[in-house]
Unconditional design. Structure first.
Length: 321
C-alpha cells in the first residue's frame, strides 16, 4: 500500500427520515474488524427505522459488548435491565457492559433531535492484540471489570480532553476516514476513560416503564392536534395520576417542563407552516392553538426573536434568491 493510501474498514450508512419529514438524519458506521465498531449518529426522529435493526451487520454478538456512547446534543433513552429508564444528554458519556437493553426498544430520542458517537467493543483475544499499544488493552480490561460489578451504566459529564477526543472521532468518521486513524482515536479514548469516576451520580433521574409510557402518550395526544389545548391537569386525570406527577414525568423524559415543551412544539410547528404552507397567519395561529392572533405574535416573538410577518418575509426572500 502506498504511503498516501488510506486503509478502509466496512462502511454502513443509513438515512433516517425526520419526524414529519422535516429533516433527514443519518447514521454512519465503520466496522474496523469483528470486534470494533464505531458510529456517528445524527437523527431528527424519536425512533430509528426498522431497516437499521434488520441489517445483518448488526446481528447479535455471542459475547456481551462494551459500549461507549457520547451525546453531543439531544437526549437518548437508556432502558436498563433492571426495568427502569434513564437518559443520556448533551456532553454526557455513558459506559455500559451488559446492563442496558438491546434492540429497537433501546433506541428512543425523546426530543426528536440527537447527535452522538457510539463505540462498540467486543472483548476477545483479537481485541487485546489490536489495542495493545500503550497498554490500552489493560485499560479496557479494567473498565470492563469495574462495569461487570454494576447493575447500571456509568453516565457522567465528559471532561475537556474526552470532549476533544470525541470531536476528533466525529471529524474522522465524517471525512475521508482512515481505519488506522480511527483505531488511534479509540485507543486514545480508552486511555482517557481510564481515569473516569465510577461514583454514582446522585442527581440522575430514573423512571419506571409506566412513567415513561405516560409521558410519551401524553405528548402523542398533544401533538396529534395542536389546535386543541390540553391542560396538564386534564391529561393527568386521563392517566390516573396527579398533575404534579405528570409534569415530573415530562421533565424526566423530555428534559423540559410541561409548558415549555408544549410552547416549543407549537412555535416550531408555526415556523414550519409559515415557510411551507400558503395559510394566512391567522389560520396558522389557530392551527397551533392560538385563537387570538396578538397572543400568537407575542409568543412567536418571544421564542423566535422575530414577529411572524417578518419571519415570513425573510424566508420568502431566501426562497427567491
Amino acid at each position: 500500500m502506498g504511503r498516501n493510501e488510506k486503509q478502509k474498514g466496512t462502511q454502513i450508512q443509513f438515512t433516517i427520515p425526520g419526524k414529519n419529514n422535516e429533516h433527514e438524519g443519518k447514521m454512519k458506521w465503520i466496522v474496523l474488524n469483528e470486534c470494533l465498531y464505531i458510529g456517528y449518529i445524527d437523527v431528527w426522529s424519536r425512533y430509528l427505522p426498522d431497516s437499521v435493526f434488520r441489517s445483518p451487520s448488526f446481528r447479535k454478538q455471542g459475547t456481551v459488548p462494551f459500549k461507549i456512547n457520547y451525546c453531543f446534543k439531544g437526549r437518548c433513552e437508556v432502558g436498563l435491565n433492571s426495568g427502569t429508564t434513564t437518559f443520556v444528554t448533551g456532553d454526557e458519556i455513558a459506559l455500559d457492559y451488559g446492563t442496558s437493553g438491546d434492540g429497537k426498544k433501546a433506541f428512543f430520542y425523546p426530543t426528536a433531535e440527537y447527535e452522538g458517537i457510539e463505540v462498540i467493543i467486543v472483548p476477545s483475544e483479537k481485541l487485546s492484540s489490536e489495542i495493545s499499544i500503550f497498554g490500552a488493552e489493560k485499560t479496557a480490561d479494567n473498565l470492563i471489570e469495574k462495569l461487570s460489578h454494576r447493575n447500571e451504566p456509568v453516565i457522567t459529564v465528559a471532561d475537556k480532553r474526552v470532549k476533544r477526543c470525541v470531536e476528533e472521532i466525529k471529524e474522522d468518521i465524517q471525512g475521508d476516514y482512515d481505519t488506522n486513524l480511527l483505531m488511534a482515536d479509540i485507543i486514545k479514548l480508552l486511555l482517557l476513560l481510564g481515569d473516569i469516576s465510577f461514583d454514582a451520580d446522585k442527581r440522575r433521574t430514573y423512571c419506571t416503564p409506566s412513567q415513561v409510557d405516560i409521558a410519551k402518550k401524553a405528548l402523542e395526544i398533544i401533538t396529534e392536534d395542536l389546535s386543541s389545548r390540553h391542560t396538564a391537569a386534564e391529561l393527568a386525570a386521563k392517566f390516573g395520576v396527579s398533575e404534579s406527577s405528570l409534569k415530573n414525568y415530562f421533565r424526566a423524559v423530555y428534559g423540559r417542563g410541561y409548558n415549555d415543551m408544549i410552547r416549543e412544539i407549537r412555535m416550531k410547528k408555526a415556523a414550519e407552516l409559515i415557510i411551507s404552507s400558503k395559510k394566512s397567519l391567522g389560520e396558522i395561529a389557530e392551527k397551533v392553538g392560538y385563537q387570538n392572533q396578538s397572543r400568537f405574535s407575542d409568543a412567536f416573538l418571544k421564542y423566535h426573536k422575530v414577529l411572524p410577518m417578518e419571519f415570513k418575509r425573510r424566508n420568502f426572500k431566501e426562497k427567491i434568491k
